[in-house]
Design a protein around this ligand. Structure first.
Ligand code: 6R9
Length: 660
């Protein structure tokens, strides 16, 4: 598969691709009628998703929409998520692999959990959590990297009806404390450390620092990941060793508690327009059916597959499409601890080859990095086991799409470009791989049963080719139910722009995801990116307000504005414009202090790509910072309309300092 100029030229010109015949023949979903089926029988067709689960008590109603936007799905139904992801597979698949874990160090053995092993450890840890005092509905926080104890702890919580709140391990101590305080969470599961590009990282030190900022008593379980490489923090009061707790419960079985369909399965904090992260609440019945259904229909997951998504479980993608979706279907899900370039830039392909992965689901930022590194890395491996490729997290440009299609998929695998959000629980706009024509750069049509549209500011659908805003005009089972303890903010964040908030008619309520989009004549949607103050760095959502408040917290900083600017690999990068107090110098030291301030408050992913010191910020006459202008400067795209600007001359000054 070396560079063939003729082939390259053909690919460059081709703007639509049919699903490969070999794929269509075996696809889980191959009948195009499915779109009509959902349209004609809505919401009844959603039973198809619920039918993928084992219910302890059948539900009475598919959808209760009597109190929009507080929709309820599969009401009256009862089930347990841990039972559905583990126990029910034991009879037929007890000896099959549930989780295949690959650590970053290459000289370390992988860890394989069959469904039976997973059952044992989930039960033992569930018993241990109970022994610690965890009761049904207590929020358990997890601050864990990509180690098997993370999904085990999630499933153990689900078993005893304790919602989990997973905090991405790359987030800072402050971020951990904020989330534990917001959820009033008394329990933490964390670990001593993990490996990054060959070096052990001290994680417990960071967790302990976070715990110092938690305003109530806590109990902490610590997983020993590093062994001899650990940092010797020891265990404090109210801290317990994971292995000891599990050993004490050896062989204990815990009856899965019966949960209502609408009971909370987990919380996930995500960035929004204001500084406070939002606690997105997902439920047991609707969420689990939705991720099982989309894993089956879009990722084409079958029980005998080995499915590989190298995302982090600390993000929603990992919750839905490493843990809950694949395990609900009884497949083998892979976990990889480290970075894709360690020890070499072919680590992903080495794993795909060794474990004969059937699917590979990653973010465009990773694909852009692979492309930059060169096609020799995937070409050095036998990737013929792959049947389907997927992308998630940000728009993918056609060039990267085609590179992925050719050099990873060998033109043999459909690509699903899946648009969705933490709030939507699962995929919303994407092709069905056995049915849909693929158009690189466009996510595709909304999935069956999903009523997504592209509208103008007045809510009218826009013509093909015109940019507008994405909306979702009907509820769906995987949707968030509210923001934790904050129904008001739930309504104001998602349900005001296009809804009649006085109405109790569900057709007057429209979900607004805060993304821009356009639609073509075939109904294919191209998502253009966020229209709020959220920056998408390497597929990770970061709030500008959170970053700005971190910068303003640095001594000597008077004011800051943060915007996203285009970045070759990350998609967007953080650009910070900073005004200093009198008497402070915009020197390297100050820049380092600002970068450190951001890393401490949020984590290294939010680190500014560049810090520009400026005497003023461009503002409108009403005093609003003109972010669009700063974005243009970051992207060097000209200055747009400066006529409403209070201080137009400042723009040129900023531009000059960026170019310095
Ligand atoms: C799953 C996830 C959500 C935001 C979303 C949008 C962007 C996600 C995309 C995409 C274009 C895609 N986004 N998938 N943009 N094409 N296929 O990423 O959740 O972290 O909550 O981010 O990501 O802007 O609003 P989350």
């Amino acid at each position: 598969m070396s560079e063939d100029p003729e082939l390259e030229a053909r690919l460059a010109e081709q703007d639509s691709f049919e699903p490969p015949e070999s794929f269509v023949e075996q696809a889980n979903v191959s009948d195009p009628e499915i779109y009509e089926e959902f349209e004609e029988n809505w919401p009844g067709a959603w039973e198809r998703a619920a039918d993928l689960l084992d219910w302890k008590t059948e539900y009475d109603e598919v959808l209760d929409d009597s109190n929009p936007p507080f929709y309820e799905w599969f009401t009256g139904g009862e089930l347990n998520a841990s039972y559905n992801c583990v126990d029910r597979h034991l009879d037929e698949r007890g000896d099959e692999v549930a989780i295949e874990w690959v650590g970053e160090p290459t000289d370390e053995a992988n860890r394989t959990y069959t469904y039976r092993d997973l059952y044992d450890e989930v039960n033992e840890f569930a018993a241990a959590l109970r022994a610690l005092g965890v009761e049904e509905d207590d929020v358990v926080t997890m601050y864990l990297p990509m180690i098997p104890e993370l999904p085990i702890a999630m499933l153990a919580c689900a078993r005893i009806g304790a919602p989990h709140s997973v905090v991405f391990a790359g987030f800072s101590a402050d971020a951990l404390a904020t989330r534990m305080n917001a959820a009033d969470s008394d329990y933490l599961v964390t670990c001593d450390g993990y490996y990054r590009r060959g070096d052990p990282l001290d994680h417990l030190g960071k967790a302990n620092e976070g715990l110092d900022g938690v305003g109530h008593d806590t109990e902490t379980v610590v997983v020993d990941r590093l062994g001899d490489d650990g940092f010797g923090h020891g265990l404090g009061d109210d801290q317990y060793d994971y292995d000891d707790l599990v050993a004490e419960q050896s062989g204990t079985a815990v009856e899965p508690v019966t949960r209502d369909a609408e009971d909370m399965l987990f919380l996930m904090y995500t960035s929004g327009t204001t500084g406070e992260p939002k606690g997105v609440k997902h439920t047991t019945g609707g969420y689990l059916s939705y991720v099982a259904w989309t894993s089956q229909a879009v990722l084409d997951v079958k029980p005998e597959d080995t499915y590989f998504c190298p995302a982090d479980i600390g993000w929603i993608t990992g919750h839905s499409y490493i843990v809950y979706g694949p395990l609900a279907l009884g497949t083998t899900t892979m976990m990889y601890e480290g970075t894709p370039d360690y020890p070499e830039r072919d680590r992903m392909w080495e794993i795909v080859e060794e474990y004969e992965a059937d699917q590979f689901y990653t973010a465009p930022t990773a694909i852009r990095a692979f492309m930059k590194w060169g096609s020799e890395y995937p070409e050095g491996h036998d990737l013929s086991s792959l049947r389907l490729l997927g992308t998630v997290g940000e728009p993918i440009n056609p060039r990267a799409w085609k590179w992925y299609y050719k050099h990873v998929g060998n033109e043999d695998c459909p690509i699903v470009d899946t648009w969705w959000q933490t709030e939507t629980g699962g995929m919303m706009v994407t092709g069905l791989p056995g049915i849909s024509t693929m158009k690189p750069g466009s996510a595709g049509r909304p999935l069956p049963g999903i009523d997504a549209r592209v509208v103008d500011a007045a809510g009218e659908e826009v013509d093909a080719g015109k940019a507008g805003y994405l909306t979702v005009n009907k509820p769906w089972p995987g949707m968030l139910r509210t923001l934790y303890n904050n129904d008001e903010r739930f309504v104001s964040e998602y349900w005001t722009e296009y809804s009649d908030t006085d109405s109790d008619d569900p057709s007057d309520w429209v979900y607004f995801p805060e993304d821009g989009a356009k639609i073509d004549d075939d109904g294919y949607i191209t998502v253009l990116g966020r229209v709020d103050d959220v920056i998408n760095v390497s597929g990770h959502r970061l709030g500008t307000m959170e970053i700005e408040s971190a910068i303003v917290g640095v001594e000597g900083v008077a004011e800051a504005a943060v915007v996203g600017g285009a970045h070759e690999v990350k998609g967007e990068a953080v650009y910070a414009y900073v005004i200093l107090e009198d008497g402070y110098e915009g020197d390297d030291e100050m820049e380092a202090a600002i970068v450190e301030g951001v890393e401490d408050a949020i984590g290294p992913i939010a680190r500014p790509e560049s810090v520009v010191f400026t005497p003023e910020l461009p503002k409108t006459r009403s005093g609003k910072i003109m972010r669009r202008l700063l974005e243009d400067i970051a992207n060097d795209e000209g200055l747009g309309d400066t006529s409403t600007l209070r201080n137009p001359e400042i723009v040129e000054d900023i531009r000059e300092s960026v170019q310095d």
